[in-house]
Structure formats: structure tokens, C-alpha cells
Design a protein around this ligand. Structure first.
Ligand code: BTN
Length: 262
């Protein structure tokens, strides 16, 4: 069952928004709501998460001051196409931060938004399927907002950043979340209207790592090469040092030499 400590319900751009103080994970609350109801276009926001999850079942540090939210959707997509939601979400986050706060943002395959080459936001997209039918998709967004770097464990402090650290002041999280949902919704509607290639092109325009040297780690292997492009299915194309092209459908990218990227 969703936690009982629901604070309030609001509406942002036609999305019903449930505010919680503390939950295990906003993605899990959204999945519970999906199981019990037919709701869609619903947003779960929490001040803090006790069991925030990142990709590959990693723990996601979720102190107070962050923007921890999940969007419950019921799109008409195949399981493979659900990853497109990660791309449009990253573009929406990057665009919102750039236009409302003036920070230069970039996206990193497959699910990060960076500021000054440091991770500001991670996205966790989880689809519930029955056979080849997608019953619902939960898009979880974690933005490090009003906290200092000291809120993160020592081993993360070099690779993450926060809006407060970058701006030197706190931001209005509700305003940012409202603009983000609106910006997401525009792209979500475009996606449903068959405009994927324009949406992917928009993501590419923010992908400064393309053309640069990367180390890509997947379950099976670690590859070093040049990140050439992302194909129409969202897979990363890497040119290895021996010239061979490899197509990666999952993995983590480490930027090695950004001075060579465009
Ligand atoms: C990643 O970069 O590994 C993805 C991180 C996603 C974190 C967000 S915070 C809100 C939502 N709830 C979760 O438990 N995870 C996502």
C-alpha cells in the first residue's frame, strides 16, 4: 500500500500530484498506485526517500532538499519503446534547468543530466508489462537541488553536483517541478504523436559527450572508444580503438576526454 503520510494533492499541468514527506521510493509508490487503480498522468513527490533506487538496483541517496519524483504513465508503446521516455525526460530536465535557472546542462547516455560535467539528475524508467503489452511506465526523476555536496557520501562528492552548489543559493523546488512537468508533458504528447525523431534530435543537441572518448561498462564488458551517436532505438554506437563499431543497448558511460567533444 502507498504510505499513509500523504500531505496533499495538487494539480500541475493536468497531472495529479501526490506530495509525501517520506517514502521508501517514489517509483514504488507510483507502482502501487498503478496496481490498485487505473490512474495515469500522476506524479508522486517526496521530501526524502529511505530506499531511493537508481539503475542496476543501486542505492540512490535522497536527502531532504532534493526533488524526488515519479510520473505514472500509461503510454501506447512496446516494452522496447519505453526507453524513449528516459530520453524525453532528460531533455525536459535539462531544458527546464537551463531556461529557468540559466545553468548550462548536458545529457549523458542513457539517463543522466550533468552540469559542469557532474551528475545533477538521474532518471529511472520502469515499465510493467504483460507479454508484449506495457501496462504502465513509471519515470523516476532525482534532481539534487537544495543541498550541499556534504549531503553525499565521500565517494560520490567528486562526481555529483547540486543546484545549490552551482548557484550558491536555494531554488524554489515547487516552481521547478511545475515547469518540469509541463515541459515533460509537451514532449510526451509529441512522442505519442509520432515525433520521436525530432525528440531524439533535441536530445542529441544536448549530448556533448558525442564525438568524445568514453569508457562504456555493461554487465558483460568494458569498452573504450569514441561515442559516435545514438541510433533510432536509443542504443549507443561506439567506435572502438580498432575501428570496429559496437552497439550498446545498456551500460554506464564514463567521459574520458571531453576536450575532444563538440
Ligand atoms: C540513476 O541515475 O541511477 C537513476 C536515479 C533515479 C532516482 C529517482 S529519485 C525518484 C525516483 N525514486 C527512486 O527510487 N528512484 C527515482
Amino acid at each position: 500500500m502507498p504510505p499513509q503520510n500523504l500531505h496533499e494533492i495538487r494539480t500541475f499541468s493536468g497531472y495529479k500530484v501526490y506530495y509525501y514527506d517520506e517514502v521508501p521510493s517514489t517509483n514504488d509508490v507510483a507502482k502501487e498506485i498503478a496496481k490498485r487503480t487505473q490512474e495515469q498522468n500522476t506524479v508522486i513527490i517526496a521530501e526524502t526517500q529511505t530506499h531511493g533506487r537508481g539503475r542496476h538496483r543501486r542505492h540512490w541517496v535522497s536527502p531532504r532538499g532534493g526533488i524526488w519524483l515519479s510520473i505514472l504513465l500509461r503510454p501506447s508503446v512496446t516494452p522496447e519503446e519505453a526507453t524513449k521516455l528516459t530520453f524525453i525526460t532528460a531533455t525536459a530536465v535539462a531544458g527546464t534547468i537551463q531556461s529557468t535557472l540559466g545553468l548550462a546542462t548536458e545529457v549523458k547516455w542513457p539517463n543522466d543530466v550533468l552540469v559542469n560535467r557532474k551528475k545533477l539528475c538521474g532518471i529511472l524508467t520502469e515499465a510493467s508489462t504483460r507479454g508484449n503489452i506495457v501496462e504502465c511506465v513509471v519515470v523516476g526523476i532525482g534532481i539534487n537541488a537544495n543541498m550541499g555536496l556534504q549531503s553525499f557520501p565521500n565517494n560520490l562528492q567528486k562526481s555529483v553536483t547540486t543546484l545549490k552548489h552551482e548557484l550558491g543559493c536555494e531554488i524554489n523546488r515547487e516552481t521547478l517541478a511545475r515547469i518540469l512537468i509541463q515541459s515533460f508533458d509537451q514532449r510526451y504528447k509529441h512522442l505519442q504523436n509520432g515525433m520521436w525523431s525530432a525528440l531524439l534530435q533535441e536530445w542529441r543537441s544536448l549530448a556533448r559527450f558525442l564525438g568524445g572518448k568514453v569508457v562504456v561498462t555493461s554487465f558483460a564488458e568494458t569498452l573504450v572508444g569514441e561515442a559516435l551517436d545514438v541510433d533510432a532505438d536509443g542504443a549507443l554506437i561506439v567506435r572502438l580503438q580498432n575501428g570496429v563499431l559496437r552497439r550498446m543497448v545498456a551500460g554506464d558511460v564514463k567521459l574520458v576526454d571531453l576536450s575532444t567533444s563538440g
